[in-house]
Ligand binder design. Structure first.
Ligand code: IMP
Ligand code: MG
Length: 333
């Protein structure tokens, strides 16, 4: 059995999409399955000159031999999902669970005004109101919609039997540890727990069936929306450092700060990380751009990585050195 769970260690947008699509191709799992909140997530994947922005489909869809699935804990916007399946040529290999929650027009309306929009800075995707309705037991589920029936499989059964047959599965988290409803900077958080345990619960993977947990950190911290961000840089300083980024879903400018070891330590604990992936090393050290071998890294790049390993007592096994899927140093082998 080999199951690998990938989650974000800061506030989302750590570059999970790129890491997951790399692992999806490199490790060739049988199933790539997504947990997490809903279409509030946005992952950007670059495959040479093609750029994909996904909100519903698991980021591993570029591996055409794998099945991609969405677990019952996730809420789905059917319009976005069906469009992504079409646009990204993923029909016949994309599946959802009958218990996935469904976002309807009312949820979008409720998410686009009032407290959620103004105070929390929600993405307006309807995810929070849909999860609130699920807690009230009034949300409709995928099984209530004929238009989705051809996508439905028993996701927990599929992933657990793949593992029993010694096949690999890759579990994709969304958002990041400090956006967790339980462990994050409440109330400036998303509407679910998004740590590794929560992601596993979303897909029906029990705690004894997890082999590896990879926590993804960007080389610096970003946060989109409101809520605390320690040692936040001014937008001008972020611009100067080349850290200025814009959200995949909302297009808002992301707030930035230096790599935060206190947060990272807590993320390692909360997720029981066995490995760390560091992304965007090339953004802080341009000399590292596109490198695929650790030995080739300049000394400053190596010492940045060594310092993280030492302070967090966890190996850094994957290092992102550029936006392309293959701009990766893979130290697992
Ligand atoms: P909501 O999940 O849309 O209600 O948004 C709640 C907070 O979480 C807001 O600050 C959002 O910007 C943030 N958020 C939700 N999903 C993501 C994500 O995938 N990446 C980064 N921030 C997110
Ligand atoms: Mg994102």
């Amino acid at each position: 059995m080999t199951s690998t769970v990938v989650v974000g260690g800061f506030f989302g947008d750590e570059g999970k999409g790129k890491i997951i699509s790399y692992l999806a191709i490199k490790d060739n799992p049988k199933i790539i399955v997504r947990g997490g909140a809903g279409p509030n997530a946005g992952h950007t994947i670059r495959d040479d000159d093609k750029i994909y922005k996904v909100r519903m489909l698991p980021s591993g869809f570029l591996n055409k031999n794998a099945k991609v699935m969405i677990g019952p804990g996730v809420v789905i916007n059917p319009d976005i999902l069906l469009k992504e399946i079409r646009d990204f040529d993923a029909s016949g290999r994309s599946f959802i669970d009958k218990h996935c929650g469904i976002i309807e027009a009312t949820h979008l309306t409720r998410d686009s005004k009032g407290e959620l929009k103004e105070k929390i800075g929600s993405t307006g995707s309807g995810t929070g109101p849909a999860n609130a309705d699920r807690a009230m037991r009034v949300l409709k589920l995928a099984k209530d919609f004929d238009s989705l029936s051809s996508l439905i499989v028993d996701v927990p059964e599929q992933i657990n039997s793949a593992l029993s047959n010694n096949e690999k599965i890759l579990v994709e988290g969304t958002q990041g540890t400090f956006l967790s409803l339980w462990h994050g900077t409440y109330p400036f958080v998303t509407s679910k727990d998004v740590t590794a345990s929560g992601i596993c619960a979303d897909i029906g993977l029990g705690p004894k069936k997890v082999d590896e947990v990879i926590v993804v950190f960007k080389s610096y911290v970003t946060r989109v929306g409101t809520g605390p961000l320690r040692k936040e840089l001014s937008p001008e300083e972020a611009e100067r450092k080349g850290w200025s980024e814009f959200g995949t879903v909302t297009g808002r400018q992301r707030r930035t700060a230096d790599f935060d070891f206190d947060l990272a330590k807590r993320a390692i604990m909360l997720n029981s990380a066995t490995q760390i992936a560091i992304t965007k090393l090339d953004v802080i050290f341009p000399d590292c751009a596109g490198m695929t071998s650790y030995d080739d890294l300049p000394e400053e790049g190596k010492s940045f990585i060594k310092n993280i390993e030492q302070k967090l007592s966890t190996p850094v096994t994957i290092i992102g050195t550029g936006p392309n899927i293959n701009d990766v140093i893979d130290r697992r082998i």
